[in-house]
Design a binder for this molecule. Structure first.
Ligand SMILES: [Ca+2]
Length: 307
């Protein structure tokens, strides 16, 4: 997998859109390797750090008092996701999404993404959209939304309140990719990763040139009811440090080592992605009895330091 992965990244160097799709392969590869590492080693550094954090007083973060809201979607207007804020990413449907993922990502379609009663609902369904020109043989449908081309941010406090889809084979994510340059030079910030086969853990990971793919830096935390209750998935990103939290409790912080952009490409803008993948090397075997399933998002709020 690493050889294919690196050659894919290399060939994507001329196109931002292509780079974005490559990003998902990277994400998938990374998560697979991360899970493998956690499974194989159990007590390696990340696991140990998480245990330590849980056993002692956790670091707590909240929106700094001198920050103000600069962008949000409260999902208060029923219907399609707001097209001025969200792009439906579909570019990899025909050839198939990475890492053996099994979903087809629909364009605007209420069955796969709709706002209702104050919530954005990204729904994965067991169905073949064989009537679509870009259908690639998938047997599930879902949605991947991005603020690509709409809005991106450098630094800030990001607060996303969401409830994840239960069931084996689900793989929801809330994450960000650098708007400029290629991966991993542009960096990637995975605010929340979760798989239905390990429903008690939430993962956060940082990818840079210095540490990407299987060498991404991150940690997980225990959240027992992530698919049954709403939680706030948060990231506080400054010029010095990026901290990831659930409901204010930090489970991972990535410090700027001050050695340049290879390890810290995070002085440049990133855009946000919300998606529900199905199956694949990390999502694992899919329980077909679970569908339809949905990730519900109450709001996405971005705060930045008040000038
Ligand atoms: Ca709402």
């Amino acid at each position: 997998m690493p050889n294919d992965f690196w050659s894919s990244v290399h060939t994507a160097s001329s196109c931002t859109r292509t780079s974005n799709t490559i990003m998902s392969q990277t994400l998938l590869s990374t998560l697979a390797l991360t899970l493998l590492a956690l499974t194989a080693c159990g007590g390696e550094a990340r696991g140990a750090a998480t245990v330590e954090a849980a056993a002692t007083e956790p670091k707590v973060i909240s929106r700094p008092a001198n920050y103000s809201l600069v962008w949000s979607d409260e999902f208060s207007t029923d219907g399609f996701p707001d097209a001025s804020k969200w792009l439906h990413e579909t570019g990899r449907n025909k050839e198939g999404w990475y890492n053996n993922e099994k979903q087809y990502y629909s364009g605007p379609r209420l069955e796969n993404a709709q706002v209702r009663d104050g919530l954005l609902r990204i729904a994965a369904r067991k169905e073949s959209r064989s009537d679509q020109a870009d259908w690639g043989g998938q047997t599930y449908s879902s949605t991947r939304l991005a603020t690509l081309g709409r809005r991106d941010w450098t630094y800030g406090f990001f607060d996303i309140r969401a409830k994840l889809p239960c069931g084996k084979g689900t793989w929801p994510a809330i994450w960000m990719i650098g708007s400029r340059g290629d991966w991993p030079a542009g960096g990637e910030l995975d605010i929340m990763e979760w798989v239905g086969s390990r429903p008690d853990r939430v993962f956060s990971t940082v990818h840079t040139t210095a540490g990407s793919g299987g060498n991404g830096r991150g940690a997980d935390t225990a959240i027992a009811d992530a698919c049954k209750a709403f939680h706030n998935y948060q990231m506080h990103w400054t010029a010095k440090e990026i901290s990831f939290a659930v409901d204010g409790r930090v489970h991972f912080s990535y410090l700027n080592p001050g050695t340049g952009t290879a390890a810290w490409p995070f002085d440049a803008p990133q855009f946000m992605i919300l998606n529900v993948a199905i199956g694949g090397d990390l999502g694992g075997p899919v329980d077909d009895s679970i569908f339809p399933v949905q990730m519900e998002i109450d709001y996405v709020r971005v705060y930045q330091k008040t000038p």
